[in-house]
Design a binder for this molecule. Structure first.
Ligand SMILES: NC(=O)c1ccc[n+]([C@@H]2O[C@H](COP(=O)([O-])OP(=O)(O)OC[C@H]3O[C@@H](n4cnc5c(N)ncnc54)[C@H](OP(=O)(O)O)[C@@H]3O)[C@@H](O)[C@H]2O)c1
Length: 307
């Protein structure tokens, strides 16, 4: 029987287990994908604690995960564009991707270019479409300056590169050990913590035009203190501040059809225009270790499970 990540109650990392499940059967419009890689994301950890149970109800046993890449094993009726053996990138909206076999709507898949590794393909969806949505939300242009918090994290590491591609000057807030990586993408690194407002002002003598917050905890207020207009501030995580000040919260869903954006991002990666840094790779059986690393909140790029 195929294996999948499961948990039977809300809780900490220790509720996660890898269990045997029934082999899924694809229905109309669905493909059964043998997962080669499945990225992990902070929101999954928050949902698992039960803190968002009102907004995202759970039934138990619960599966976990959205990001995936793999090889199509079977297709259901009405699936025209894909066949068994195709290598694909996609996502599950059913919290199911951290498994050996997963059912995916064929509309939520795109082909994996040969030059995109399994690790990168499998961790592209959530961080990639969110970064895409956030950068489009604030619309940086050549001659402007955009600041991005959490600049070396899963979403931030992609957002800084996508923002830089617009021609804008990009300032990335990160710990010093990530500054060399940011500089290598022509991003101006600035250390966060006490005095960050003055350090940003010094790095942006002409002022700051746009701000993308991927960390929360006061960065919306910092953006307002820098004089950024509310419609040019996007936070993907501080919804309380967003409601208070009327700034944007565009992320993944604002990016439009996921498979279309995934195809665009995969093309950029295949052509060498976008890098997804891979922080760590774990086998599915080490799902607890993978989330323990993620929950330290200092990941550079993505952590990925490889069933
Ligand atoms: N709304 C949506 O659609 C959506 C989608 C995806 C994610 N999210 C949310 O967005 C957030 C980021 O996700 P992610 O996957 O990018 O997370 P992640 O990869 O875990 O982000 C880790 C980053 O946070 C940085 N960080 C740690 N402490 C910080 C501080 N005090 N100030 C500034 N940065 C700090 C770290 O920087 P250093 O290592 O440099 O210290 C690291 O680069 C999460 O809250 C997630 O739930 C929302």
């Amino acid at each position: 029987m195929p294996k999948a990540v499961r948990y039977d109650e809300f809780g900490g990392i220790d509720v996660l287990r890898v269990g045997e499940v029934e082999r899924p059967v694809p229905g109309d419009g669905q493909a059964l994908v043998r997962v080669m890689a499945a990225g992990i994301n902070p929101s999954e950890a928050v949902i698992r604690t039960g803190a968002l149970a009102q907004m995202f109800p759970s039934t138990f046993p619960s599966g976990q995960g959205s990001d995936l890449a793999g090889v199509i094993e079977e297709v259901g009726a009405g699936v025209g564009g894909f066949a068994p053996g195709d290598e694909v990138i996609g996502f599950s909206n059913k919290r199911a991707s951290q498994a050996e076999l997963v059912l995916v709507e064929a509309d939520d898949l795109t082909r994996k270019p040969d030059r995109v590794s399994w690790e990168v393909a499998g961790s592209l969806y959530v961080a990639g479409v969110t970064a895409w949505g956030a950068v489009h939300a604030v619309g940086p242009e050549k001659g402007e300056t955009v600041v991005i918090s959490g600049a070396a994290g899963g979403v931030g590491s992609l957002a800084v590169q996508l923002a830089r591609r617009t021609g804008a000057t990009v300032i990335g807030l990160a710990s010093e050990r990530n500054h060399a990586w940011l500089r290598s993408y022509d991003v101006i690194p600035v250390r966060y913590g006490e005095g960050v407002l003055d350090r940003i002002r010094a790095a942006a003598p002409g002022g700051v035009d746009a701000f993308i917050d991927t960390f929360g905890d006061g960065y919306v207020e910092l953006a307002l203190a820098l004089g950024v207009a509310t419609e040019r501030i996007d936070t993907i995580t501080d919804f309380v501040a967003a409601a208070r000040y009327g700034v944007k919260t565009d992320g993944g869903t604002a990016a439009g059809p996921g498979a279309k954006v995934l195809a665009e991002l995969a093309g950029l990666i295949a052509d060498g225009h976008l890098e997804v840094p891979i922080a760590s790779v774990y086998p599915l059986t080490q799902v607890r270790e993978a989330y323990a690393e993620l929950e330290r909140r200092h990941t550079h790029g993505k952590i990925v499970l490889m069933p």
